[in-house]
Design a protein around this ligand. Sequence first.
Ligand code: MSP
Length: 535
Amino acid sequence: MAEQTKKNFYVTTPIYYASGNIHIGHTYCCTCSDVIARYKRLRGYDVRFMTGSDEHGQKIQGKALEAGVTPQEYVDKIAESFKEVWKAMDISYDYYVRTTDKSHVECVKKVFTKLLSQGDIYLGQYKGWYCTFCESFFTDEQVGEQHLCPDCHRPVHAETEDAYFLNVKKYVPALLKFYEEKPSFSQKDKINEMINTFIKPGLEDLCITRTSFDWGIPINEDPKHVVYVWIDALLNYVSALGYTTEDDSLMQKFWSDDSEIIHLIGRDITRFHTIYWPILLMALGLRQPDKVIVHGLLLTRSGVKLSKSLGNAPSPYPLIERYGVASLRYYLVREIQFTTDGNFTPMQFVDRLNADLANNYGNLVNRTLSMINRYFEGVIPTADLYNPKSELTKKLLEDVKAKIVAYEAYMDKFDITGGIGAAMDLVDLGNKYFDAIAPWTQAKNGNMDLLSESLYAASELIRIGSILLCPAIPNKSKEALDQENVPEEMRTYESISTYNSLCSRHINELTALFPRLKKEEEVKFLTELIDGPAK
Ligand code: MSP
């Protein structure tokens, strides 16, 4: 294993609009970010993992009005409900930022003042095409002849108003140079798409204030203007670290050159994170993030984006209640290829959980520990895996090493689908090994040496596999390690390349980790959850 020096690692999710409930499409990004944060912690990094809510804007003001409460009351309730979902999803964030936090509001005001005074912001008049749904203005080229929003494809309307602008044009050459010098900043195809769709046709200066509504951050210099959503929202990544406040120690630590900075976002908000965010950082004289990882979207069976407004996106709660949080997390990470779109389909959901969690991981834990109970009265037998007796065991340990190398390589380049897949392949090696050795036959023939060695090797495989799977399914991998009575010091990443410490340990009571799902029943349940009951 490569030596790791302890380093700071900052990972963020987008902040979610506080305009409705979290659905499973939203849980995707938080789960993927959580897997990355947990993996980095496992590898000894000092991790800061941040999520939060985006609480200003016309749409939210309208929703509050509809509900008969103040916007603040409205977003307070929503933010609480978001935190509850993340708790139920086992999301291990270190800090939850809200754009209505006092420190965030102050930060946005100060940034505005700074940029205005250095000439990067000016007052002008905006004439453009506005999409109420995306809260974004677009140019003639972007909306085309049909006047449709290029992001959500809804109709846009013409609007003119006094507004402050961020002088982005000035930064375009520097942005292009940055893309060239740092090709690892984001996926190549995404950057090319940004250049061709937005930069080459001529990037307009960005309208950053509005006067037609007041649920936003008023600027000190001209308080009838409130800062328009995207600048407000993007600044969360630094306001959450105390940027512009008296105590900016977290900023010094996690937004410094000693830190790796990763933003995870869905592909529909690529423009804001790969064009305007780097420009804003340049204007502020702050360093750039190492990576903006653009992930795909969860689509329905027929390829439509799961979304609040279309009403086709289930809440995560019924899935967590019925299958457990680990199953939902695992499905999201493993079935949907990270960085490409993926379809959420009932059949694939059930098949994936049965194949990987019930028949592979759950089965290895269950059969190994049951046999330790049956043949060794619950005590893990003694064996020396540094000097395996059987060729099959020797081969198994070589294959395990290769899987660990693959896991690390995938996870280090943030390919979590590949990484968790490699961990599951490692578990599969254990089941295949079992089938080849057939410990029950060894027991019948009185071949106690081979019986001990095979059960011992399988116990180690459960331990190693559980550690590798831990970022994806933390509660269940802990349950497996608890059932096996693995001591804390043998649950670390460093311990995965050492053997023999489990000899003679008494295992704990066994319970099935993942019951096998009845396909027809579950497909019916899931289909009704997405489409409503069959008519
Ligand atoms: N508030 C902005 C983000 C500001 S970040 C500085 C926003 N909010 S959102 O609630 O609309 O979306 C938050 C994230 O959820 C986005 O990354 C978006 O891509 C993601 N998803 C929304 N629906 C999704 C799917 N169906 N599938 C995967 N991710 C989805 O945009």
